[in-house]
Design a binder for this molecule. Sequence first.
Ligand code: DX5
Ligand code: ZN
Length: 220
Amino acid sequence: MNQHLLAPSILAADFTKLGEAIQLVNESEADWIHVDIMDGRFVPNISFGMMVTETVKSIAEKPLDVHLMIVEPEKYIETFRKAGADTITVHYEACPHLHRTVQQIKDTGARAGVALNPHTPVHLLEDLIEDIDMVLIMSVNPGFGGQKFIYHSIPKIQKLKDMITVRNTSTLIEVDGGVGLQNAEKLLQAGTDVLVAGSSVFRAKDPRQAITQLKGIERE
Ligand code: DX5
Ligand code: ZN
């Protein structure tokens, strides 16, 4: 893929004006809307759930990229699909039967993503890479927006890209956490297909311009 995708994360939006934030993304060059679901168990924070996802879906004109940071995600896959998720990403660390969970996501018709925490090596996906539509490399410890980017994520992306090239799969690489103009070019050069951006879009002085800039970066 030549042109990378951009998925603004609404976690960083002003929740009193969530509708306006979605409208802004609708009218922008952004590709997906990233929706962070946190349960206070898998991660030490609680965000929002299916009702907010459904509300976002009702006005969204872009696909919803739902990132489940929850334990036992297999219990909620159908619910989030019904709420409007187009991509459903579960965490490797939360799924003892990951192969089954990935099939369960695909059976709903959604795109299946698997997220890796910063300490989880990419080689653990070797036996599953053909089945996964997207791998999400967490470049911060999940749970909060606005954290500092973990630099080690870059060699991880390169390793993952090599694995995908050798296996000749069409798996997308998404990067989430601390992404902004300061590191986007490096991330794209390493092999990233989808940039998630929370604070760097919604906390920017001009979110529209931030989206345009993040979309405008060339891979080489
Ligand atoms: C963190 C979430 C991210 C978060 C990114 O646990 O998964 O999607 O919204 O926020 P920033 O871009 O501010 O690091
Ligand atoms: Zn996320």
